[in-house]
Design a protein around this ligand. Structure first.
Ligand SMILES: Cc1cc2nc3c(=O)[nH]c(=O)nc-3n(C[C@H](O)[C@H](O)[C@H](O)COP(=O)(O)O)c2cc1C
Length: 415
């Protein structure tokens, strides 16, 4: 038996929470329902009191003698908010406590699961995307909304999954929590995660090279997030502006071809490979042993480029060739730094790349002069080969890393 706080906010799908409450009660849990004031427009307090068998309050100023605004959160084993409105996500992300539900979120040390539901436009709005990423980075487990019929005649992503699905997801989450508590400190305890980071350099002569703007910051953030989730991290660093994080098993590489060898070695026996390094697609056809000098005839030098190996595609092909007897990771996460153009947008290029490469997940980010490289911020969309809903994350590279690692843990859990 668990003590569950069921938060209900003012979405049209609030009625589904009544069925979810029933499922929790039938499973033997104690449930305290905390509706927001606005949600009482959809389902009244009497429904929640009758179905839960417990008193129901919405404001911190009701039943003040029981100090509900901290007590309910302190006593809870789990807080579930279904549906979670865009408004509740925003208030929770901002750390507000202007009603009993958001106050409870601040007072609780229990795991929090939220099932957002809203119109697709609201779900995809950058403000909501950022709020969801913030909540995820704080450990809130977000159940992705389903795609289907919305309040009006329209359809799209944003529908509250059926109560049975939420109940199953919450039950799975409770089991995973119990397992990870007994086997280690985080959802990746016992897992080996190989991560490549930084940017390759392709030498032209002893002093010059072709390189890229990657600083390694995103890869470092990923390594830290994976370590925090309990993983053993094999970190393959190409050129980076910062030192590798403490606690990783470090190997280094300079060129794309060196990186290919180091990545393949680190990936063997790992559970996950995350390829966040920016690898040069081309290298100078020839390496000139001595510094190329200005010629007396004032002719412009011509540098011929040849293609580098496609590390990601070759590793996937290798994995397929080795089959079940091989030890390359079952979960490979690629990164695609894309720029849109007149023919297609960043996500379209990303989706085409995911299909072409054959990896399980692709983290797509838009790059440009002042975007992504060398900055502390990143905006990405995680695409899944199994057709799962894309996940957006925007904010600090730590926050983006937490979202990617959360998705990795989810994918490993499903596998
Ligand atoms: C008919 C109707 C349906 C609504 N459905 C949703 C919804 O599904 N998701 C959402 O985020 N907001 C929805 N809203 C808007 C919220 O009710 C509104 O933002 C409210 O302030 C949220 O309050 P709360 O987050 O405190 O519960 C709906 C409003 C109406 C009138």
């Amino acid at each position: 038996m668990k003590r569950i706080v069921l938060g209900v906010s003012a979405g049209i799908a609030a009625y589904k929470a009544a069925l979810l409450l029933r499922l929790f009660k039938e499973a033997g849990h104690h449930v305290d329902v905390i509706p927001t004031i606005a949600s009482l427009q959809f389902v009244g307090a009497a429904t929640w009191e009758a179905l839960s068998g417990n008193p129901v309050h919405t404001s911190v100023f009701e039943a003040v003698d029981t100090v509900n605004h901290v007590r309910l959160g302190q006593e809870a084993d789990l807080v579930v908010i279904a549906p979670a409105t865009a408004d509740v996500l925003a208030r929770a992300a901002a750390g507000m406590a202007n009603d009993l539900l958001t106050g409870t979120l601040l007072a609780t040390g229990a795991p929090v699961v939220m099932a957002p539901a809203m119109h697709t436009e609201m779900w995809e709005h950058p403000a909501t995307v950022a709020n969801v990423a913030t909540l995820r980075s704080r450990g809130v487990h977000i159940i992705e909304p389903a795609v289907g019929r919305l309040t009006g005649k329209d359809s799209g992503a944003g529908r509250l999954p059926d109560p049975e699905e939420i109940f199953a997801a919450v039950s799975r989450y409770l089991e995973d929590e119990a397992t990870s508590r007994s086997s280690g400190p985080g959802p990746l305890a016992g897992k080996i995660v190989a991560i490549s980071a930084g940017g390759t350099r392709e030498p032209l002569d002893p002093v010059r090279y072709l390189g890229n703007r990657s600083s390694g910051r995103q890869g470092i953030a990923l390594a830290k997030a994976a370590l925090a989730a309990g993983a053993t991290v094999r970190f393959i660093a190409a050129h980076m502006d910062l030192p590798a994080p403490e606690g990783v098993e470090l190997s280094t590489a300079s060129t794309a071809r060196q990186l290919q060898g180091a990545v393949t070695e680190a990936a063997r026996g790992a559970d996950v490979l995350i390829m966040s390094a920016a690898v040069a697609d081309f290298r100078p056809a020839e390496y000139v042993d001595a510094k190329i000098k200005k010629s007396d005839d004032h002719a412009d030098p011509v540098i011929t480029l040849v293609r580098n190996p496609d590390i990601l595609a070759m590793l996937i092909a290798q994995r397929a060739a080795e089959g079940r007897s091989g030890d390359l990771p079952p979960l490979v996460v690629g990164f695609a730094a894309e720029t849109g153009d007149a023919e297609a947008g960043v996500l379209e290029y990303g989706a085409a790349k995911l299909a072409r490469k054959g990896c399980e997940m692709l983290v797509v980010n838009e790059v440009g002069e002042n975007l992504t490289f060398g900055t502390d911020e990143n905006t990405v969309t995680i695409l899944f080969a199994d057709g799962a809903q894309p996940v957006h994350a925007s904010g600090s590279k730590d926050l983006v890393a937490a979202t990617v690692i959360d998705a990795v843990a989810g994918a490993l859990g499903d596998g």
